[in-house]
Design a protein around this ligand. Structure first.
Ligand SMILES: *[C@@H]1O[C@H](CO)[C@@H](O)[C@H](O)[C@H]1NC(C)=O
Ligand SMILES: *[C@@H]1O[C@H](CO)[C@@H](O)[C@H](O)[C@H]1NC(C)=O
Ligand SMILES: *[C@@H]1O[C@H](CO)[C@@H](O)[C@H](O)[C@H]1NC(C)=O
Ligand SMILES: *[C@@H]1O[C@H](CO)[C@@H](O)[C@H](O)[C@H]1NC(C)=O
Ligand SMILES: *[C@@H]1O[C@H](CO)[C@@H](O)[C@H](O)[C@H]1NC(C)=O
Ligand SMILES: *[C@@H]1O[C@H](CO)[C@@H](O)[C@H](O)[C@H]1NC(C)=O
Ligand SMILES: *[C@@H]1O[C@H](CO)[C@@H](O)[C@H](O)[C@H]1NC(C)=O
Length: 556
């Protein structure tokens, strides 16, 4: 049996050679504008997937709104919810949340007791979903959902004695290095607080007020974009402005340059934002921190919201993306132009480190009936390549306001929702309330890559901070190039923002052939809790640009 230990640096080079090689092959085959394909998983899951969170037991918590009227799925055991404050249906025996089982492609209704509309969420280090706020009777609610892989009977819990300090409607969340979750903003809430709740303290953050556009309903700074940076501080973007924020001292450390252009980037001029992959290659034990770069795409020009809302005139959306190296001493926005305009895009990090831009519309803004011209073509954005944007295979379902998308552990992208109406309207034209669930299969899942696709056999040691761990995988056709290991944090996606999404390229130390078709890669765990906040991650092994299906690892 051959036994090889190789040095990672030469691998990295070869790895990128194969990535490039793969891209040029794809082009020759004429598939570069038709990458991947779509499959409808469910015609109706009963509700519209406004909020989605993938859990470590391979289920997806999905919910929309209790004030929407009757959904298309009943609560189990003839349970009903009577709520005199409900705006649409006081006695409601239908569900507004479901648990989607990825493997069996089935749903189970869940019970929301109060309205979680336009709310936020994050996974705690133990994998429990903390959902914060909502509307009406749900403004200050804190709810949890703890996975139950063995009995599958778990449901939402509302924590009665720990209300949020203020209403959190259109707030954003981020998991922190110490395992707490910060909840930032919300409509008319210029503060932040932490969950799980310990006391009733909150902190004023003037940035949230200063970035609000004055016209009633305009705002353009809701659902602020939050990204935890490798030094433990928080990047916050709202409207066109951004800051580096020390939430432990309630102190703004830096004001970044205003993003160029007139385009507004937050609700209702909704854009999306990602923290581009953090590359831990060559950074030993956290003595140097990785660079961090944020990318924001789409949005709307003023006065798009007013025109859409008042006159039903739909202005063309923003076409631009901006990238900012937020850890640089003097960072400047680098602007790029997408092949088409897009408001309400979703941006997801794929296990390859590329960004998928999907969903949304070419005209209008977020909000009821405010958009037209759905964009069915997703884009693939390759951060490290010269020809960065690639058109992907078009979807067949418009996904407008109140749609969402998440990366699945098997490398597919789950897409659902769209309800630009005040209540459920399953027959509305041209954009009905969408109850369907689609899966996008990226190019890398194609059968032509089957022999190149690694398959993880075991994660030999529990990955931990700064220590080496081994992953054993099988592979039919080793191409001699390098192998990559990525960790991807599952996002809480709503309103075009995948909160807590994060991708780390781990430092690969060695690759060994341990059997025929059997390999072991040795990688170093992330250097710190700020680089990788505690919790569950999807671990992918990549070979020749093709990712394995992931396995869950628990970083604590
Ligand atoms: C509601 O769900 C049923 C299946 O339970 C399905 O046959 C029907 O098409 C759904 N209605 C809509 C409007 O999607
Ligand atoms: C939490 O809020 C609900 C109303 O939403 C109220 O009935 C309850 O008394 C509050 N609990 C506390 C501890 O303040
Ligand atoms: C809550 O606060 C107390 C001090 O008042 C502290 O000892 C404890 O660690 C805190 N717990 C959490 C979960 O933050
Ligand atoms: C309350 O929580 C805040 C934020 O977590 C913390 O700074 C403060 O020390 C806590 N106070 C008490 C009395 O626990
Ligand atoms: C990560 O950094 C290493 C060392 O600088 C570089 O060789 C490699 O190309 C980078 N990988 C990615 C995916 O950017
Ligand atoms: C990194 O950490 C490992 C053990 O965790 C230690 O053996 C090694 O000496 C450290 N390297 C540096 C450069 O600090
Ligand atoms: C979208 O915007 C373009 C450019 O302003 C305009 O020509 C088109 O009519 C708009 N589409 C709709 C449906 O309003």
């Amino acid at each position: 049996m051959a036994f090889k230990i190789k040095n990672a640096t030469s691998f990295t080079f070869l790895f990128f050679f194969f990535l490039l090689h793969h891209v040029s092959m794809t082009k020759q085959e004429g598939t570069s504008t038709t990458g991947g394909y779509w499959v409808q998983l469910q015609r109706s899951i009963g509700i519209s997937a406004m909020h989605m969170q993938v859990m470590y037991d391979n289920k997806v918590v999905i919910f929309d709104r209790t004030d929407f009227g009757p959904s298309n799925i009943s609560l189990s055991h003839h349970r009903c919810r009577f709520n005199p404050r409900d705006l649409a249906l006081k006695l409601d025996c239908t569900a507004h949340s479901v648990l989607y089982d990825i493997v069996s492609n089935t749903v189970r209704p869940l019970t929301l007791r109060s309205d979680a509309w336009c709310s936020s969420g994050a996974l705690a280090p133990d994998g429990t979903l903390f959902q914060t706020g909502g509307f009406n009777d749900g403004y200050t609610k804190l709810r949890t959902f703890t996975p139950c892989p063995t009995h599958n009977t778990c449901d939402w819990k509302e924590i009665p004695y720990t209300n949020l300090t203020t209403s959190r409607w259109y707030a954003s969340n981020q998991i922190l290095p110490d395992g707490r979750i910060i909840v930032v903003g919300g409509r008319n809430s210029f503060t932040y607080e932490f969950v799980p709740k310990n006391n009733s303290s909150f902190h004023f953050l003037p940035f949230l007020k200063l970035t609000r556009d004055p016209d009633r309903g305009e705002e353009n700074n809701l659902y602020p974009f939050l990204h935890l940076l490798p030094d433990g501080n928080l990047f916050i973007f709202a409207n066109r402005n951004s800051i580096l924020f020390d939430y432990t001292k309630n102190k703004v450390l830096r004001n970044y340059p205003v993003i160029p252009g007139e385009e507004k980037r937050n609700y209702p001029s909704t854009a999306s934002s990602v923290l581009l992959p953090l590359n831990l290659t060559g950074l030993i034990n956290g003595t140097r921190l990785p660079h961090a770069e944020v990318m924001i795409c789409g949005g709307a020009y003023p006065p798009a919201f007013r025109l859409a809302n008042k006159l039903r005139l739909f202005m063309e959306a923003a076409r631009t993306c901006g990238r900012l190296r937020v850890t640089d001493a003097d960072p400047q926005w680098v602007m790029e132009v997408m092949p088409m305009p897009r408001v309400m895009p979703d941006m997801l990090l794929l296990p390859t480190g590329n960004v998928m831009i999907l969903n949304g519309a070419m005209n209008g803004t977020a909000g009821w009936e405010n958009a037209a011209n759905p964009v069915l073509y997703p884009l693939l954005y390759r951060p490290g390549s010269a020809r960065r944007f690639q058109l992907l295979a078009p979807a067949s379902t418009p996904r407008l306001y109140h749609s969402s998308a998440v990366l699945l552990p098997d490398g597919r992208v789950l897409v659902g929702g769209s309800n630009p109406h005040r209540v459920y309207d399953f027959r509305a034209k041209p954009y009905r309330t969408e109850l369907s669930l689609d899966a996008y299969y990226p190019d890398y899942l194609g059968v032509q890559f089957q022999t190149l696709r690694p398959s993880i056999v075991a994660v030999n040691d529990t990955p931990s901070y700064g220590t080496l761990f081994a992953v054993t995988f099988s592979l039919r056709e080793y191409r001699g190039g390098g192998v990559g290991v990525t960790l991807v944090a599952p996002s809480f996606t709503t309103h075009s923002f995948a909160m807590n999404q994060r991708l780390l390229w781990l430092h690969v130390v060695a690759l060994q052939e341990v059997a025929q078709f059997g390999y072991r890669v040795l990688a170093r765990g992330p250097p710190s809790l700020a680089v990788a906040p505690p919790g569950y991650y999807m671990l992918f092994v990549l070979h020749a640009g093709i990712p394995s299906p992931s396995v869950w690892v628990h970083l604590i």
